[in-house]
Design a protein around this ligand. Sequence first.
Ligand SMILES: Nc1ncnc2c1ncn2[C@@H]1O[C@H](COP(=O)(O)OP(=O)(O)OP(=O)(O)O)[C@@H](O)[C@H]1O
Length: 201
Amino acid sequence: MLEARGVSFKYPGAKRLLYEGFDLAVGTDERVALTAPSGFGKTTLCRMLAGYERPQAGNVLVDGEPLPRRGTCPVQLILQHPEKAVDPRMRMRDTLAEAGEVPQRLLDDLGIQKRWLGRFPHELSGGELQRFCIARALAAHPRYLVADEISTMLDAVTQAQIWRFLVSETQACGIGVVFVSHSPALTERIATRVVDLARTE
Ligand SMILES: Nc1ncnc2c1ncn2[C@@H]1O[C@H](COP(=O)(O)OP(=O)(O)OP(=O)(O)O)[C@@H](O)[C@H]1O
């Protein structure tokens, strides 16, 4: 179970708490969509669930244990803008290697072409780069994936391809998914449960 337990969070200098005593529990057999109006705090929650932000109170737990402060995190975050998630000076094969051994099967399933491996991030399209970020996240053997608007900037065909792959892969590996999407159609198709953050206040 991935849990936010009694989480309170405020950005430095902000007037109000973004979260106060917030609870969420997600199983490895779930794909939970987070919805809320713009600016409500969806990205912030995604970052907390993956250990990028620490709540001022409460905890983020996986199977009752706090997220590790070092080493590979069991919760892997995939961002809306893949170019922000990679080192622009590193060729893609080195970026992938950050996750350790990446099975060729994963690269094939994600449609990652061999000739892309020697390229730098700026030599790839957004969709191609996002495939690398997904491969890297999965190669880290996560228990949970947190996907923050990961397909917003992709065309409909690429979006469908990527989500079809993610649903079957996470189901097969028993990886829980938390995701944010502004597309009601996508949410309807992917989510096993929808959590409206504005209603959990
Ligand atoms: N690093 C930061 N420092 C201070 N305030 C921040 C920071 N990041 C986000 N905020 C503020 O926190 C609030 C929540 O932001 P967040 O990005 O989590 O919302 P969101 O629900 O994901 O929005 P959107 O749907 O527009 O992407 C916003 O008011 C935002 O301005």
